[in-house]
Design a protein. Structure first.
Length: 305
C-alpha cells in the first residue's frame, strides 16, 4: 500500500491573488486544497506519517477527535476508507439527526461515531480518558484532535519544500498549531512564519508551538508569530465583512475559501498589508489548507446573516 500514490502534489500550484484594494505586497496562495478530493490541504501532511505508523505497527483502527464539522474528522474518515483502516470519530457534544453534511460523509466512509459530552471531551488528552477509550474500543491508534502530534509535524515540515518561488513570509491558519509548528521546523529560521489564530483567546497556541518544535527538534526558533486579531469572534464565527471578502476574492481569483480557516487567514494578510505590517514588495505565501467541506455546514448561518 503506497499512500503517496493517491495524492497528486503536482496539482498544488502557486496562485497570485488579486485583492479588492491595491496593496504594496505580493500575495500567493499555495493550492494544497487541490491535491486530493477529500484528503487535502494540511490534513494530508498531518495524516501521512500517522498512517504509515499505523501500517508498520499493525493497527487496524484509527481513533481521533473533533467537533461535528471537523475537517480532520472528515479527512480521517476518507483516509481510512482509501487505505483500508477502520476509523472511529470521538465527537464533541450530543448527536443530532439528521447528520450534518460532514458527519454524513464520515458515515458513508464507515467511520464509527462516538459522541461524548463537552465536559468529557475536555479530558481527551488525559491518560485516563485514552485508557478508557482503549478499553472500550481495543487496540486503536489514537490521533489527537486536529491530527497534531509529532508525526503530523514531521509531515507539515515538508510543505515549505513544495513552494517554488523565493518568498519572505509563509502564512497559515492555525487551530492547534500543528501545521504552524511543522512549517517553523521545515524552514529552520530561514523565513518568517505567521499563524493566524481562528480561535478566540488562543494564547495557548504559542505554548503549543514552543512545545511541539522543541519536542521534535530540541531547538528553539524565533522566526514566527501568532496573530490573534482575526478570529471574528471565535471558532466558526463569521460576520458580513468576512463573507463579503471571501465572495470578492472568489470573483477576482476563481478560488474558493472556507470561512472557518483560509478565509480568515487571507483576510488577515490583506488587512495587515493595508496597515503596513509587511515591508513594501515582500512576497507572502499563504497555505490553502483545504476545509472546503466546511462551507456546506455554514450555509444556514450565512443565510441568516
Amino acid at each position: 500500500m503506497s499512500f503517496e500514490n493517491e495524492i497528486n502534489l503536482s496539482k498544488a500550484f502557486l496562485q497570485k491573488i488579486n485583492f479588492p484594494e491595491k496593496i504594496n505586497v505580493n500575495v500567493f496562495v499555495k493550492r494544497l486544497d487541490l491535491i486530493h478530493p477529500f484528503i487535502n490541504g494540511n490534513k494530508w501532511f498531518k495524516l501521512k506519517y500517522n498512517l504509515q505508523y499505523a501500517k508498520e505497527n499493525d493497527y487496524k483502527t484509527i481513533l481521533t477527535f473533533g467537533g461535528a464539522f471537523s475537517n480532520h474528522i472528515h479527512a480521517t474518515s476518507a483516509a481510512g476508507k482509501n487505505f483500508g483502516f477502520k476509523t472511529i470519530g470521538v465527537i464533541r457534544g450530543e448527536e443530532h439527526l439528521p447528520l450534518n453534511p460532514t458527519l454524513s460523509f464520515t458515515s458513508k466512509n464507515e467511520m464509527k461515531l462516538f459522541y461524548v459530552s463537552r465536559s468529557d471531551y475536555r479530558k481527551k488528552d488525559s491518560t485516563e480518558f485514552k485508557d478508557w477509550l482503549k478499553q472500550k474500543f481495543g487496540n486503536v491508534l489514537i490521533i489527537p484532535e486536529g491530527g497534531s502530534n509529532l508525526l503530523a509535524i514531521k509531515g507539515a515540515s515538508e510543505i515549505p519544500n513544495l513552494i517554488e518561488i523565493d518568498y519572505d513570509y509563509l502564512v497559515t491558519a492555525s487551530g492547534t498549531a500543528g501545521t504552524l509548528s511543522g512549517l517553523i521546523i521545515g524552514l529552520q529560521n530561514r523565513k518568517k512564519v505567521l499563524g493566524v489564530s481562528v480561535l478566540k483567546g488562543a494564547e495557548f497556541l504559542s505554548n503549543n508551538v514552543n512545545h511541539f518544535t522543541y519536542e521534535y527538534s530540541k531547538q528553539k526558533f524565533t522566526n514566527w508569530n501568532v496573530i490573534h486579531d482575526y478570529h471574528f469572534g471565535g471558532y466558526a464565527k463569521i460576520n458580513r465583512n468576512l463573507i463579503s471578502f471571501i465572495n470578492q476574492i472568489e470573483k477576482l481569483n476563481d478560488i474558493i475559501l472556507d470561512p472557518i480557516y483560509t478565509g480568515k487567514m487571507l483576510f488577515a494578510v490583506f488587512d495587515l498589508a493595508k496597515k503596513n505590517y509587511f515591508m513594501k514588495n515582500k512576497n507572502i505565501v499563504c497555505l490553502h489548507t483545504g476545509g472546503i467541506q466546511g462551507i456546506e455546514g455554514m450555509k444556514e448561518k450565512i443565510l441568516l446573516m
